[in-house]
Design a protein around this ligand. Structure first.
Ligand code: 13P
Length: 252
């Protein structure tokens, strides 16, 4: 049995004060850690405060990106050791917005994925096709390439502990979500790609989320699918009550 994992991706939203308010709102209402992994992925400036606020709570904190080097002359970047040192547990890698606007490539995502494991962070590796690729029937080719390259050179243990987020680019922030059946079909295919690369034991363990216009109203449909293990949620993760409803929806 794979444990569900629901992660909020705040993207570039909220001041630190607003972040604190959010934690107050959800305090005491987050489901048990034995049933679900709850993650909040926040902008870097929030991380020390959030890590401190969620101590002893069933909530883990993630970053939204990082550099793959431990340190160096990389102005404006943040390293895996800095995140680990703060008590951050997760890091989103290769989000489509970073691929689109900040030059993340399958190669840098691979380096970052390896670095995350090296320094004890759980990577949430994002993959997904854009609208042209979808309409050109290239979805499976695109996600196969992204997953294969991101996972290249990982050990079986590291692969099984990597979280994949399937986020069709055309469904992000648009209100147009992939149907649960379509998302499950692609996610089942992604699991078969992992199986080809690392074997069925690893593929059975790896957790794969769906992301793209997930809301309290549709989360149960996704969580009810055979291969969808969770969700990576942008807009609907920003308000405490909405986030709590998403967590409740993990039962499918
Ligand atoms: P939305 O939930 O706002 O569509 O964003 C999805 C996403 O990109 C999460 O990483």
């Amino acid at each position: 049995m794979r444990k569900p994992i629901i992660a909020g991706n705040w993207k570039m939203h909220k001041t630190v004060e607003e972040g604190k308010h959010f934690i107050n709102e959800i305090d005491g209402l987050v489901p048990n850690e034995a049933d679900i992994d709850t993650v909040i992925c926040a902008p870097f400036v929030h991380l020390p405060v959030l890590v401190d606020l969620v101590k002893e709570k069933p909530v883990a904190i993630g970053a939204q990106n990082m550099h793959f080097e431990e340190q160096g002359a990389f102005t404006g970047e943040v390293s895996p050791t800095m995140l680990k040192d703060l008590g951050v547990d997760y890091v989103i890698l290769g989000h489509s917005e970073r691929r689109q606007y900040f030059n993340d490539t399958d190669q840098t995502v691979n380096k970052k994925t390896k670095a995350a494991h090296q320094y004890g962070l759980v990577p949430i590796v994002c993959v997904g096709e854009n609208l042209d690729q979808r309409e050109g029937n290239q979805t499976k080719d695109v996600v196969k390439e992204q997953v294969t390259l991101a996972f290249d050179g990982l050990s079986a243990e590291q692969a099984s502990q990597t979280v994949i987020a399937y986020e069709p680019v055309w469904a992000i922030g648009t209100g147009k979500s992939s149907s649960a059946e379509d998302a499950n079909e692609v996610i089942t295919y992604i699991r078969s790609v992992v199986s080809d690369q690392f074997g069925s034991e690893v593929a059975d363990k790896v957790r794969i989320q769906y992301g793209g216009s997930v809301k309290p109203e549709n989360i149960k449909e996704y969580m009810g699918q055979s291969d969808i293990d969770g969700a990576l949620v942008g807009g609907a993760s920003l308000k405490g009550d909405s986030f709590l409803q998403l967590l409740e929806g993990h039962k499918g």
